[in-house]
Ligand binder design. Sequence first.
Ligand code: SF4
Length: 353
Amino acid sequence: MALDVWISTTPHGFGPAGIAWVPGTSPAGYCITRVWRSETIDTFADWQIQRSCCREQGEALRGMTLPAERHPLADQPALAFLVECLAAAVCHSTNWDRLRAHMLRRADDSGTFTPGRLAYLTLEGFVREFGAAFSPDVTDLARRHDLFTEVAHAFDGPARSLDVESLIARPQPLAGPAGLYGMLDKIPAFRADPQRKKARVFVQQLLRFEILRPLDPDELRPAIEHHLLRLYLRTGRVIREGGRLDAGPEAEGDLDSLTALRAAVEQAMHYTATAAGLTVGAVNEIEWQIARSYCDRDRPRCTGPARPDKPVADVIADAHAGTCPFAATCPGRHDSTLARLREPQLASQHAFY
Ligand code: SF4
């Protein structure tokens, strides 16, 4: 039996000077594959950030610049704005690609994708037109119908809270009393969760496709969705207090802990962006692609290739010869316990995670 070793240099690492035995390569020796340099500084409830890991993963992203993407409805930016807003509002615990593709098809084909009609869609009409947008295991279509019509109302009539024509006509602030985040906060569907995940996803989509021109791009709040939670846990940038790997990421029902985890990941993303020499918005986009395509929930593809059904930008795929860009620095690549970590599941109780 040979030995690979994990060492924690502080009590907050993965066990005090922890040693893990695995079948190895040399019957004679011990091989230290990695030293866990744990200099935890930031604590968010029961989650902590490993800054050294942020630095390592950030350096792996250096020089990556994603090209601008053209929206399928780029010629109709007001319609593109509406589609992205509605898709973000009803997206929790379902397949984002399927949902968004269905919305885009409805908007492109029907000619009836207007706020004035969608705001008054009955539940039966919603299920008929949009039921196929959701995974078969989705059981809360009535709740999603409420979210959908509520957001459509925000675009409708003289008292609308989202004047889309004005928003896309000229550069807009994201932050502050007149900013887009503040406008979205007036809509219950977007302010329900403590971290405003849906609002952040929506704004990220607007900027990804250049539908909105922000006056203050530095105010972009990263969209910390479930793929990114998983990625930050597996790369060791965020860990459970005391290094526990057991119940945490699969546990259900602890909203406070999940909210703290999202805050920790957001802070860790800032450290990562600093090390990468990129904006937080750019790292948010790059890591979202890495997380959903390489760091698959069921089977991480550390040595590549990226999932063909969820392709990544060429600059990501080419950066490290087709492997996951973190393959050389990620502790999860060599630790099956880390690589099996999954993001928390709370959607059965909340309409936002
Ligand atoms: S190296 Fe493997 S475990 Fe680590 S981020 Fe990449 S795919 Fe995930």
